[in-house]
Ligand binder design. Sequence first.
Ligand SMILES: [Cu+2]
Length: 332
Amino acid sequence: MTIGAVNGAFSKEQSGDDDTTALAKAPTIEEAKDVKFEPYERPDPTLPDPPKGKVKRFKVDVYEHVTQVASHLAPTEVWSFAVNGVEHRGTGVSQPMVVTEGDKVEIELRNGGDERMQVRMPHSIDLHAAEVNPGEAFATIAPGETHRFSFDADHPGVFMYHCATEPVLHHTGAGMVGAIIVKPKDLAPVDRELWMVQQEYYIGKPGEPADMRKMQAKQPDVIAFNGYADQYAEHPIEVKRGERIRMYVMNAGPSIWSAFHVIGTVFDRTVVEGTVGRHVQTINLAPSQGGWVEFTLAEEGTYPFVTHAFGDMVKGAKGVLVTEHPPKGAAH
Ligand SMILES: [Cu+2]
């Protein structure tokens, strides 16, 4: 066998198909004239409270929708999870679930509860915080079906949830990812808690499903926090100088690492995958990993947060925290 043949066989095996044409450039908004899509709506990055009641119940529904994930690019079809009625139409993010260590959690998954959800295919939900038989709990259900299971959230952390229906790369790359945050029982209160999900988007033709070949090549068009490129740079998150801030960060991937960093501060304390850090500049999150970072902003100002993998940041993974009285003329 020649070297060329070996390389050929290897790349064929890796890509899973014979298509060697170049990946399509993401279509621009100008190229999407006739495509209807949802207007942008900024997801509130304030961490939601756990549901009331002793047992924490989550009604999760699936919806397939057309939205932009970056203002300059064409809208794309995104598959998302609604959590207890909260939908994020106008972006590509799904609402986080929040519980406390030791809680009993009940999940009711509906795969497209009504016509508005536009669900046309089977889906499922896999929660990394759950210790269950995955073949039963994370079962795939047909459109219109409902599936229930429960688990005890015994491990604190920031865990991923996602659709596990095959091809799982396509379902997760099309949007079906999120975070379930299990707060430790003894977690000290802080002044402000925020959630941030880093996620990739692989845009196909305008308004159509995501591009599987780009997913296989790990070449996202957009990498965003909470479902829309650069949204918290355009619409910053207001905080206060000197207050203690805790950000829960999930890298939902599906395939790119995150190097989460806030410019102009040092994390006093971090908890990532059970490991406590002190004096941390950047947390390192593999796809599916999460954790929280705690810090205070020492001066009035505008503080960008990014993935410090800058080739990824320029695809939209940056935002801004702004204090109440930033100095005039101090651009971020
Ligand atoms: Cu799915």
